[in-house]
Design a binder for this molecule. Structure first.
Ligand SMILES: [Zn+2]
Ligand SMILES: [Zn+2]
Length: 148
């Protein structure tokens, strides 16, 4: 079952790694460490970037994000962040804050097995589509998360 990330996670010598890629398959990547956190972002920019009601991202250390095939097409979406996508099919793939270059936020929808990065928080809830129902078990931030 090649499309199942769990199968790869159990493959010899690849313990703990998770695979993902874009819709057309031109870009493939590997996460070699567990995501630090996974969140749903309901901000208007994530909505437009994804074309969906919200975008789910998992944060990983840059060292643990490895491109296996193809390359990311970067797009500076604001003064302080760069997003990326597949240049062929347009799948959104990553988000990186200029201020935190060592953390790559990877779109969970492009993981072969998105169940490996279940979100624990909702961000920018004040900006969400009115018809989006939130899981009340998850922590909700009106805007961006505040430093603890
Ligand atoms: Zn693609
Ligand atoms: Zn967002």
């Amino acid at each position: 079952m090649m499309a199942d990330g769990r199968s790869f996670a159990r493959a010899p010598g690849q313990r703990g790694s998770v695979l993902g890629g874009c819709l057309c398959g031109a870009v493939r990547y590997r996460l070699t460490a567990e995501p630090k956190v996974s969140v749903n972002c309901h901000c208007s920019m994530c909505r437009r970037h994804s074309g969906a009601a919200f975008l789910t991202y998992a944060a990983v250390d840059r060292a643990a994000f490895q491109i296996e095939r193809g390359e990311l097409a970067p797009y500076r979406s604001s003064a302080d962040a760069i997003r990326s996508h597949c240049a062929s099919c347009g799948s959104p793939l990553t988000f990186v804050f200029d201020a935190e270059p060592e953390t790559v936020w990877v779109t969970v929808g492009t993981l072969d097995n998105p169940d490996l990065a279940a979100p624990v928080e909702n961000w920018f809830v004040r900006d969400k589509a009115q018809w989006t129902r939130l899981d009340t078990a998850l922590k909700a931030w009106p805007g961006p998360p505040e430093p603890s």
